[in-house]
Design a protein around this ligand. Structure first.
Ligand SMILES: [Mg+2]
Length: 441
């Protein structure tokens, strides 16, 4: 009977702040980072589960320590029994009576659980010999519902309603899977729009995005209104009237500021405004949504759990739901969020970028298309062209679409060399940076 024998962690950081890649109105100097883990078993098949929580630098050590705190919840478990009951495994982590105090179900500990849950799903998909989206898409509606904890959700979504949604999508599964293999899944790009880029770079990257087949781009906004009006005008001139332009304020505004700012940019045709204010402010999002309609409000990358998503949907506070593969407690909670979105008829356009988020989240959207919502209408996955080269199975974008991944697993696995070189603070990249700073003193 194989058991889990090891849970190894890595504090991995990339010095992205040097080029202002990833810069926005709130996150001005991010060093994209992963609190990373590998789980191993004594099954003798050589298969490992890889997962991570995404952070942007300082604090990645705290996030890594939180993953370490879950070691005893994993080591010694029967592998087959655990993989046969991943709903039960999720509950055993999320409902730990002492760790729960650190949330409940939010923040560093919840993200650590997400990293571990995702690593175990990575192992499950590798053992099954299929990519994660396919593993999930082949489950029966009953098996999918078993993965979800409906505690706190039943006033909006009951297990029976979830079953109904999943059963309704069953007949079309095979044809949608064939379409995924044919066309992939639609993407949009944030690459042109980082706040730290000058106008010439913005315009050049806008032209490149259109030439590469993207039909939607996104601009970071919220630092200075005059700058944003100029950047939005330049972007609109560069891409023409037919390309959707979303804007992303990364939580910069109070409610009234958000409304004023979006109204000032509205003449350039804004497709959605993302994270206009605090991710915890459900009523604030609802007020903004009512004031700026028909411009859509999008949020989710910092929404801490399925309960807040439920309320955002109930309050009609968002029109675009942006789940994140590494913010909530992993695959299981994201299945709950996909089902909630389907119940309310709201399209899911996941947050990605960061490091490894594109690699992970494509699996969730493809599962959603095959087995849950059954639609790609107004649905796009964010794409950012950073750091993919560090992954064993990097995403591939073709004609503005994610090419459907076929390699077994969840796509989270980084190269061994990257794990060694970018380990903080002792990896080669960081010791070289420190010594070059010393020599410039
Ligand atoms: Mg964003």
């Amino acid at each position: 009977m194989p058991r889990f024998t090891e849970l190894e962690t890595y504090d991995v950081r990339f010095p992205t702040s040097l080029d202002l890649d990833g810069s926005d109105a709130m996150n001005t100097d991010p060093d994209y980072s992963a609190a990373y883990l590998i789980v191993r078993t004594d099954a003798g098949d050589g298969l490992e589960g890889h997962g991570f929580a995404f952070t942007i630098g300082r604090g990645n050590d705290i996030q890594t320590a939180a993953i370490e705190a879950l070691r005893d919840h994993v080591i010694g478990l029967d592998v087959d029994a655990t993989l046969d009951d991943l709903g039960g495994f999720w509950r055993s982590l999320v409902h730990d009576s002492q760790l729960r105090w650190l949330g409940p179900e939010k923040g560093v500990m919840h993200m650590a659980i997400g990293a571990v849950v995702n690593a175990v799903w990575d192992l499950a998909a590798k053992r099954a010999g299929v990519p994660l989206w396919k593993l999930l898409s082949d489950l029966t509606p009953e098996q999918i519902v078993d993965l979800v904890d409906f505690r706190y959700l039943t006033d909006a979504l009951t297990p029976d309603e979830a079953l109904e949604i999943l059963r309704a999508a069953t007949p079309g599964r095979a044809s949608r899977e064939a379409q995924l293999h044919d066309r992939g899944y639609p993407a949009y790009t944030t690459t042109p729009g980082w706040l730290g880029y000058d106008d010439a770079k913005l315009v050049r990257l806008c032209h490149e995005a259109v030439a590469e087949g993207f039909t939607q781009i996104k601009l970071k906004v919220g630092a200075d209104l005059d700058d944003d009006i100029r950047r939005m005008r330049l972007a609109r001139e560069a891409v023409g009237p037919d390309i959707r332009i979303a804007i992303d304020a990364n939580q910069r505004w109070d409610v009234a500021d958000a409304i004023t700012w979006v109204e000032a940019l509205a003449p350039y045709d804004v497709w959605w405004v993302e994270e206009p204010t605090s991710p915890d402010d459900i009523l604030g999002h609802a007020a903004i949504a009512a004031a700026i309609a028909p411009i859509r409000v999008a949020t989710g990358e910092h929404v801490q759990n399925r309960v807040v998503f439920k309320q955002l949907l109930q309050a009609r506070a968002l029109s675009v739901l942006q789940l994140d593969s590494a913010r909530v407690a992993g695959v299981n909670e994201n299945i709950a969020i996909l089902l909630l979105a389907a119940k309310f008829g709201v399209p899911v356009c996941p947050h990605a970028g960061g490091v490894g988020l594109c690699e992970l989240v494509q699996h969730l959207s493809m599962f959603d298309y095959v087995a849950v919502s059954g639609s790609v209408e107004d649905r796009v996955i964010e794409y950012v062209d950073h750091l993919h080269e560090h992954f064993l199975d990097p995403v591939v974008i073709k004609d503005g679409h994610y090419v459907t991944p076929l390699r077994p697993g969840f796509g989270a696995e980084m190269d061994a060399e990257t794990l060694a070189d970018y380990r903080y603070p002792g990896g080669k990249i960081w010791t070289d940076l420190t010594s070059s700073k010393e020599s410039h003193k």
